[in-house]
Structures are given as structure tokens and as C-alpha cells.
Design a protein around this ligand. Structure first.
Ligand code: GTP
Ligand code: MG
Length: 224
């Protein structure tokens, strides 16, 4: 089977309803923008393979619903509890939890910014401690309605020791940059772990070695 990628990273987009998670995802996947608001129901996902340092990285991005009524479903995804990857030779194994979380707020909506702390708390309760995180202040094209300054976004990210960017899905500002930065950070962390000879089965990402690639004839995702 032809080699299609070297790494598989799972990323989650998290944040209040209406902040623009789906639009950010569409901008990155299809370079399109839709101004009508169709709130996500449950969970959705998109795949794009990028190239970093000569390696092909498959990014599986899960778009979660911001609405409270879907919270039970989306929380289950923090733990990776609902997706199993079965492959033909080594049997069925639990896929790792998300490798990266994009926390998104809307710079024109103070409440969505305040809620980032709650989303982080939620992740910390349910997800693996060393998942890479990044905060995005989206809709930075709408400066006249801005309620959250860039400095406050930077300060919040600094408090948690994570990276921050202002983005616009509409004007295509920093979307590409944000995903590449997160992917690069996950890859660096993963390579470091692999160099340190971490035990097999560590959930620090799925690196597809040439040997595994020969053996793995297919991947199948099963929703439980
Ligand atoms: P849920 O699925 O309910 O969690 O919401 P969401 O976070 O996925 O929001 P969505 O991407 O559906 O966007 C909500 C609204 O904001 C839509 O009307 C979008 O067109 C608009 N929007 C999203 N991103 C931007 C942006 O960068 N700039 C502007 N001006 N509007 C945006
Ligand atoms: Mg959505």
C-alpha cells in the first residue's frame, strides 16, 4: 500500500457556540467561508495532510459543538473514549486521546473569552495532562465590535503557559499558521518522547513507522 503519511495527529476544536470553530476548520480544509450560522450538532471532523520538515502529517480535526446540550458527547472525545482504531494485524487498540486542543473564543464576545478558563478546566478534568493546547481569538477582522483586546488574550495564554493567536476565518488570517504551529509543537513533543525511548503504547501520538505501514493494510474507525 502506498505510503500516505508519517504521523497521525488528532486535534479538537473547543469553545462556546458561535465563536467560529466550524468556520476555522473549513478555512483550513477547503479555504472557504460561510457567513450563515449553522450550529454544529454533536461532532464533525475533517482531515487534511500537511507536510512538516519533510514528513507528511495527517491532521484529523474534530469539530465539537459549543452548545451545552451536546456537552456529554463532546466531553467523551476529550478522552478519546469513543473512537477505536482497529487494524488488521495488531488487533484492536484504543486510539490516543486528542494530541492537541484548539481553544477558540470570539474577540467580539467577552463571555466566550471568560469561558476559556472553564473549557481549560473541563479539558484538565477529562483529558490527558500533556495534550498540546493553543488559544485562538477568532473574528479579528471585526475590530469595531471588539470586546477583548489582544493583550488580554496573550495574558490569558501566558497564565496557562500556552500559545495564542488572533485569527479570522473570514479574512483568512493566521488560520494556516495556527494549525501548523500546533502540529509542529505536537511533532516536536512526540519526537522527543520517541528519542527518549518511551514505552510502546504511549499515547503521545501515532507515528507510522515504515514497518507498521507495511503491516497495516487498513484503518477503521468505529464509533461506539
Ligand atoms: P457551534 O457549532 O454552535 O459550536 O458554533 P461554531 O463555533 O462552530 O461557530 P461557526 O463556525 O458556525 O460560526 C458562527 C458564526 O460566526 C457564523 O455566522 C460565521 O459566519 C461567523 N464567523 C465565524 N468565523 C468568523 C470570522 O473569522 N469573522 C467573522 N466576521 N465572522 C465569523
Ligand atoms: Mg460549529
Amino acid at each position: 500500500m502506498a505510503k500516505t503519511y508519517d504521523y497521525l495527529f488528532k486535534l479538537l476544536l473547543i469553545g462556546d457556540s458561535g465563536v467560529g470553530k466550524t468556520c476555522v476548520l473549513f478555512r483550513f480544509s477547503e479555504d472557504t467561508f460561510n457567513s450563515s450560522f449553522i450550529s454544529t450538532i454533536g461532532i464533525d471532523f475533517k482531515i487534511r495532510t500537511i507536510e512538516l520538515d519533510g514528513k507528511r502529517i495527517k491532521l484529523q480535526r474534530l469539530d465539537t459543538a459549543g452548545q451545552e446540550r451536546f456537552r456529554t458527547i463532546t466531553t467523551a472525545y476529550y478522552r478519546g473514549a469513543m473512537v477505536r482504531i482497529a487494524h488488521s494485524f495488531s488487533g484492536t487498540s484504543l486510539s490516543p486521546p486528542a494530541h492537541g486542543n484548539m481553544l477558540v473564543y470570539d474577540i467580539t464576545n467577552e463571555k466566550s473569552f471568560d469561558n476559556i478558563r472553564n473549557w481549560i478546566r473541563n479539558i484538565e478534568e477529562h483529558a490527558s495532562a500533556d495534550v498540546e493546547k493553543m488559544i485562538l481569538g477568532n473574528k479579528c477582522d471585526v475590530n469595531d465590535k471588539r470586546q477583548v483586546s489582544k493583550e488580554r488574550g496573550e495574558k490569558l495564554a501566558l497564565d496557562y503557559g500556552i500559545k495564542f493567536m488572533e485569527t479570522s476565518a473570514k479574512a483568512n488570517i493566521n488560520v494556516e499558521n495556527a494549525f501548523f504551529t500546533l502540529a509542529r509543537d505536537i511533532k516536536a513533543k512526540m519526537d522527543k518522547k520517541l528519542e527518549g525511548n518511551s514505552p510502546q503504547g504511549s499515547n503521545q501520538g501515532v507515528k507510522i513507522t515504515p514497518d507498521q505501514q507495511k503491516k497495516t493494510s487498513f484503518f477503521r474507525c468505529v464509533l461506539l
